[in-house]
Design a protein around this ligand. Structure first.
Ligand code: PHE
Length: 345
């Protein structure tokens, strides 16, 4: 009996896979298996020997079952390992690291600007990206036959609406919202996405970001405009020695209208390739709100004046980080995007 046990357990221990294991199991414990044969032989024994022989066989059966179960566990673990090795999967390797995204540079600068302007008492207004012709053009003093429409060629929708070409339509929307019981001063900023049918190149995009600003109160003047712009640009460009100058600029919804330049942050005004040796960089259009626009918004231009500006966010971001191709912003190249921080300061 001891020899039998040794032989059987050895047979189980050397089995290499599940099929062979099943074969051994049926050979040993099956209906026509060797254990059954032994059990049958017990009946031929002398009566006095039967109980001891039966007990010994039962123990043998239990040992064999335990050995089979243990071997089955080992064999199935081994076969799982083999399978994984064949797929090249290595469970001991660390899992993929979770990448934390970074903020888009336009988001960073926009957040800073919003923080700055809200600290000066401005509130954030929103407007639709799909705009009516009325708000985008007519209400801003740009009727259908006006040549200024040429410079803001846009995407028209089949229903007669359009993708807004600037954030200025929100000027009139905001004025109308507040006109009923107007409580001056009105100070708003409107960061947002705009669209133009441009041929895309290093400095032109069909989709871009602006931040409109509008202040309406009694006695608002160009001096207020200059002061606000200086404060804002000093903060975003991080320079205390920043100077600005105004040149005349034409936009039908402001009068007078200006192009505001800053002294070149790269050469300090001495002249370099970025400022094309002029020492100045054109940074944003602005002006005093045209009386017709105030009227369109339901505000009496005899009592109130205002200034407005339209900052191209990409332009400011490019100056701030020294980026020379506007297409990088929308290009989706992660190598570009990963250079910016995951959270703003
Ligand atoms: N909306 C004008 C543009 O996109 C910019 C602008 C805004 C000019 C406000 C003057 C005042 O070209």
């Amino acid at each position: 009996m001891q020899d039998r046990r040794r032989e059987w357990l050895a047979a189980i221990a050397t089995v290499a896979d599940e099929t062979a294991l099943a074969q051994v199991e049926s050979r040993l414990l099956g209906k026509k298996g060797e254990l059954q044969e032994l059990l049958r032989s017990v009946s031929q024994l002398d009566k006095s020997e039967r109980p001891a022989a039966g007990k010994a066989l039962n123990e043998l059966k239990q040992d064999v079952e335990a050995a089979l179960a243990a071997r089955r566990a080992t064999v199935s673990a081994q076969s799982m390992e083999r399978e994984l090795a064949a797929t090249g999967f290595d469970p001991s390797q660390p899992g993929p690291r979770r990448r934390i995204g970074s903020l888009h540079p336009i988001t960073i600068v926009q957040q800073e600007l919003v923080d700055l302007f809200t600290s000066m008492g401005f509130s954030w207004q929103d407007g639709p990206e799909v705009e009516t012709e009325h708000y985008n053009f007519d209400a801003l003093n740009i009727p259908g036959d006006h040549p200024a429409r040429e410079s803001q060629d846009t995407f028209w929708l089949d229903d007669g609406n359009l993708l807004r070409t600037h954030t200025s339509p929100v000027q009139v929307r905001t004025l109308r919202r507040f006109a009923k019981d107007f409580q001056p001063p009105l100070k708003v900023i409107v960061p947002g996405r705009c669209f133009r049918a441009e041929t895309v190149d290093k400095s032109h995009e069909h989709t871009f970001y602006q931040m409109e600003g509008l202040v309406v109160d009694r006695k608002v003047s160009v001096a207020n405009l200059i002061h606000t712009m200086k404060t804002c640009l000093r903060v975003v460009l991080g320079r205390q020695d920043l100077k600005v100058r105004l040149r005349p600029g034409f936009f039908p919804f402001v009068e007078p209208g200006f192009e505001l330049d800053v002294n070149c942050p790269f050469c300090g005004g001495k002249g370099c390739s970025v400022c094309k040796q002029s020492g100045w960089i054109e940074i944003l259009p602005c002006g005093m709100v045209h009386p017709n626009v105030l009227r369109q918004g339901g505000i009496d231009p005899e009592q109130y004046t205002g200034f407005a500006f339209g900052m191209g966010l990409q332009r400011v971001v490019m100056l701030r980080y020294g980026i020379d191709d506007i297409r990088l912003f929308m290009g989706g190249d992660l190598r570009f995007l990963r250079q910016f921080p995951t959270v703003s300061k």
